[in-house]
Structure formats: C-alpha cells, structure tokens
Design a protein around this ligand. Structure first.
Ligand SMILES: [Ca+2]
Ligand SMILES: [Ca+2]
Length: 303
C-alpha cells in the first residue's frame, strides 16, 4: 500500500511484499516482487499514477494530491448598495470547499446576522484542506440605518416686511455621510416672501440610501410701521419718504379710531403717490412692492 504525506500530498512510501520504497525515485518504471508486478510511475507531479496491487492484478490509480487551497466564498445578503453600505440587517453565509482534498477544518464559517449600525465590521473565515493548505477570506459590512438630519437655524418665526430673513440650513449624517441634500439657506428681505405663512421643505439622502426630510416655516406680516420703514429704506429723498410715511401714520391713527373708510382713503392716496414715484425716487421694481403691501394693509383693515 502507499502512504501519502499529509503536508505535501506526495507519495511517501510504498510497501509491496517485503519491499518498502521511501521515495518516488525508488520506483522504476516497472518493478516486480513477490511474484507480482508493480507498474511504477506514469506522469509527473502532481498527477502521479501508481499501480496498486489488488489481488493478483495491478490497477492504476492517481495518488490524491492537492496543490490548490480551499475556495472560500462569503455571501452577503442583501448585497451592499453601490456605495458599499447597507441600511438593514445583514446576513453573512460562508461556503468553504475544496474539490480535490476536501475541507479538514474551518473556523469563522458560521452564519452571522449583523443588526447594529457599524462603520465597518470585518468577518473572517479560515479553512484548511485535506492536504494541509489553508486559505482565509474576509468581508467587511457597513450598516447605517439612520436618516440624515436637516436643521434650520436663525428662524425668527415672524418677520415684518422691513426685516431680513436669514435662516441657514444644515444637512448632516453622522455615519455614512450625505449623498445629496436639497436643503439650502433661506435669506433675503422679508418683503420678497409671501405675506402670511411661508414653508420650505427639503430632503437629504445618506450613502446608505436612508432619506430624511426637513421643513421650516415663518410668517411675514405687514404693519403700518414696517411699511413705513421699508418706504424709508427704498426712498433716499427725505421729503418724499416723509410724505409717504405721514400717510401711513395717518392711516394707522384712523384705524385705531375704527374709521375704516378713512384708512382706505389714506392708503389710496399712499398708493397714488407711490405710483407717481415709480421710475423716479422709486425703481420700477420697488413701487409695485410698496403698492402690494399697502393693498394688504387695506385688506387687513377691512377684515
Ligand atoms: Ca484544492
Ligand atoms: Ca445615516
């Protein structure tokens, strides 16, 4: 019988009758002993053939040698996204195979289910085949289940039309990082926004495909005083500005007395004067703004 060196997979000794050969070279092309024939070697490493004596007959068979390590494959389920991230629990299964000499031992090949968020967890499987050759394979899993956040800061909630809105938007994701965000700062003079409630929405997505959203709301209001301030911001000529502001003050006083008819008349005069100043002390853009806001005051007074 022959023996195989477990470390190399090579033929070690061959015993035939009284003869024992301790190396491959001990075999000639053909030997005979004890009245039986031994057909020695054919081919070359690692595909030796020896003749094994079965009964009185030699049968050629290959010595089982293995020159390749085990093949280890990790199956990650579900697969990571294009950025290499998961946003759910992840199951890792292993297969360790060696078609030539089989798997003698392995470690780390149990199924693992990762449930916690992780910036990177590495699992390793090691296997040794029947010829003593080892291989290992690793897989790194990154899990982020938390949506990005969008925060708005600097919101003063209520702005009169003479104020400046300056709200900054920040999208953030602590683990995988942001893939994109539509959050943007909201800034500008209050009069460019609609009177009443203004709401802005934004969305953000992280690299693990978690999406978050945010919104911010504020109110823009017009009062006699704030329209007066805005009028003075627009008009640098003091005489005209003072004349317009005086009308607003008069309308305010009329409203305090409950004289809505007078309010409408005074605001009508304000609107006429503003129209007359378009392209003069007011630009073509500024005049309609003041008119729109004065109309809104009229509306408020009559409600
Ligand atoms: Ca192999
Ligand atoms: Ca995240």
């Amino acid at each position: 019988m022959y023996e195989i060196d477990p470390a190399t997979g090579r033929f070690q000794t061959f015993t035939l009758g009284a003869g024992k050969f301790s190396s491959l070279s001990a075999f000639g092309p053909a030997r005979s002993g004890a009245g039986r024939s031994l057909y020695g070697l054919a081919g070359s490493y690692p595909n030796y053939l020896v003749a094994e004596i079965v009964g009185a007959f030699p049968i050629a068979k290959p010595i089982p040698v293995d020159s390749t390590p085990p093949v280890i494959i990790a199956t990650v389920s579900p697969e990571a996204n294009a950025n290499g991230w998961h946003n759910t629990n992840v199951t890792i299964n292993w297969t360790a195979e060696d078609p030539e000499s089989g798997i003698a031992s392995s470690s780390g090949n149990e199924t693992v289910i990762l449930t916690n968020e992780t910036a990177g967890t590495t699992l390793i499987c090691t296997a040794t085949n029947g010829a003593g050759m080892s291989a290992s394979q690793s897989v790194t899993v990154k899990i982020d289940k938390t949506a990005p956040t969008i925060t708005y800061s600097g919101n003063e909630r209520v702005y009169t039309v003479d104020r400046i809105v300056n709200i900054s938007a920040t999208a953030d994701d602590a683990l995988s990082g942001l893939a994109f965000s539509t959050a943007s700062d909201i800034a500008g003079p209050a009069y460019i926004f609609s009177l009443g409630e203004n709401t802005f929405y934004s969305t953000a997505m992280d690299l693990a495909d978690n999406s978050g959203s945010g919104s911010v709301s504020f109110k823009v209001i017009v009062t006699y005083d704030s329209l007066g301030n805005l009028t003075q911001q627009f008009i640098t000529k003091h005489g005209i500005a003072n004349s317009l502001v005086a009308k607003l003050n008069a309308a305010k006083a009329a409203q305090a007395r409950g004289n809505i008819k007078a309010v409408e008349g005074i605001l009508g005069a304000f609107i006429n004067e503003v129209s007359a100043q378009s392209n003069k002390s007011l630009t073509e853009e500024q005049a309609p703004i003041l008119i729109r806001l004065a109309e809104a005051l009229k509306e408020q007074a009559s409600n």
